[in-house]
Design a protein around this ligand. Structure first.
Ligand code: CA
Length: 428
């Protein structure tokens, strides 16, 4: 079962109440170390803690991973593969080393502090996980309704299967990039409504999709299923996802088989993986079912998460970022447990490091929509920026930043930033 850290616990490292990285969080990432190697790390306040350095100093000697330093790695996969018992042991040990009144082994050792602690702004973070497969679901009913109304009309907005199963498609794992990696505008075939034939060139309708995703931390064998109540053993943690979408490429190519080049060029994720243990206190009831689901999709307890989400745009002319949207992960119709249960119901073997995206997270109101497609309603309602320009979709030079956090009593469990700048297309 997930292990939560008492809300009253405080760290000897200062953490402002609106900082993402409280001691209740303890997320995991992969950092580049000063000698050019890689190490698993966690964050607390404005500091990054190098777990490989802590392991070298014998700080995990009383855990099951004492023998091998699994934190000397360029991805979290080995740590994830070690399983839930190890996830729990490491979290508890970190909490003990970092909390006020805990084990002083790090706090009182200047040498170790110098080796293991670094200000967050000096650390380069990498893609945290070697991602095997990337699946993207389509689990927000508000989003599915909006897009359905735009393209099929109100009567046929939801496809007949939508309320019966979390629909999804297989994306491209090799083009998932960490926050900070600039995205080149994609090129491709598009066809204007009044044109006879398609033409080739840079996408003109480049969009974001505000999503969250989970990493599989425990594999299942071919032919077996993961039930909704096994989620906490099989899911390691969550990240923010910007699933970049070229709407003009997508519109022309996606029938009959679904998205291809309109999505495959780039997906950006946040570098910090927030564990289900840290998210446990923020569980909340899922949206009410419109119709009953089949037994394998039923859930016995609250399975949604209350996670505040925002997206901001920073153009080259804006003096400060402008908020595009503010929504919440709890608005999703299908939960991550249902997504994993459905993904494996045909006997699919999931592997450690597989990434599952939620699909665009749109809320019920006009200011809580998770894509420009919806915010500007297919380009019919342009958005005014304080620099005097307008947006229907993104321009070259725009930076899009996603943030997300759970609000506790006096502390936050946050995800950091998922940001990327759009560069001009390679000349055709
Ligand atoms: Ca998507």
């Amino acid at each position: 079962m997930p292990v939560t850290i008492d809300p009253k616990t405080r760290s000897w490292i200062p953490v402002p109440s609106d900082n993402d990285f409280s001691i209740q969080n303890l997320p995991y990432a992969v950092m580049e170390t000063t000698n050019g190697a890689s190490a698993v790390c966690t964050a607390i306040g404005d500091q990054v803690i190098n777990l490989a350095a802590l392991h070298d100093a014998g700080q995990f000697n009383k855990t099951a991973i004492a023998a091998e330093n699994i934190f000397k790695a360029d991805a979290l996969n080995k740590f994830m593969t070690a399983g839930r018992k190890t996830w729990t042991d490491v979290r508890q040990r970190l909490c003990d080393l970092l909390r006020e009144g805990g084990d002083p082994a790090l706090k009182d050792d200047v040498n170790l502090r110098n080796k293991a602690i670094q200000p967050i702004e000096t650390v380069k973070l990498k893609l945290p996980v070697k991602i095997g497969d990337f699946t993207d679901f389509y689990s927000s009913k508000h989003h599915a309704m909006n897009v359905g109304i735009m393209f099929r009309g109100k009567e046929n907005a939801l496809m007949p299967n939508w309320l019966h199963l979390p629909v999804g498609y297989h994306g491209r794992a090799g083009t998932v990039f960490p926050s900070g990696f600039d995205i080149k505008r994609p090129c491709g075939q598009t066809k204007a409504d009044d044109a006879q034939v398609p033409s080739y060139g840079p996408s003109r309708l480049l969009d974001f999709e505000l999503e969250m995703g989970f990493f599989v931390g425990k594999a299942n064998d071919h032919g077996t299923r993961v039930s909704t109540d096994q989620t906490s053993d099989h899911i390691f943690g969550m990240v923010l996802i910007n699933d970049w979408s070229a709407r003009d490429l997508q519109k022309w190519e996606y029938v009959p088989l679904g998205p291809f080049l309109g999505k495959s060029f780039a997906t950006t994720i946040s570098p910090w993986v927030v564990t289900l243990d840290a998210l446990e206190p923020f569980k909340t009831n899922a949206q009410p079912r419109d119709i009953p689901v089949l037994p394998y999709l039923e859930e016995k307890s609250a399975a949604a998460y209350d996670i505040e989400l925002e997206a901001h745009i920073q153009s080259e002319k804006l003096t400060e970022p402008m908020r595009l949207t503010h929504t919440n992960f709890k608005h999703m119709y299908w939960t991550i447990a249902q997504q994993l249960a459905h993904h494996t119901v045909n006997g699919t073997a999931m592997r450690v490091g597989d990434l599952c995206g939620s699909g665009t997270i749109s809320g019920p109101t006009k200011d809580s929509l998770g894509s420009m497609l919806e915010l500007c309603w297919k380009g019919t309602k342009p958005m005014k920026l304080p620099d005097g320009t307008e947006r229907r979709f993104f321009e070259d030079g725009d930076t899009v930043t996603l943030t997300g956090w759970c609000q506790g009593d006096g502390y936050r469990v946050g995800f950091g930033k998922c940001a990327a700048k759009i560069l001009p297309a390679t000349p055709t």
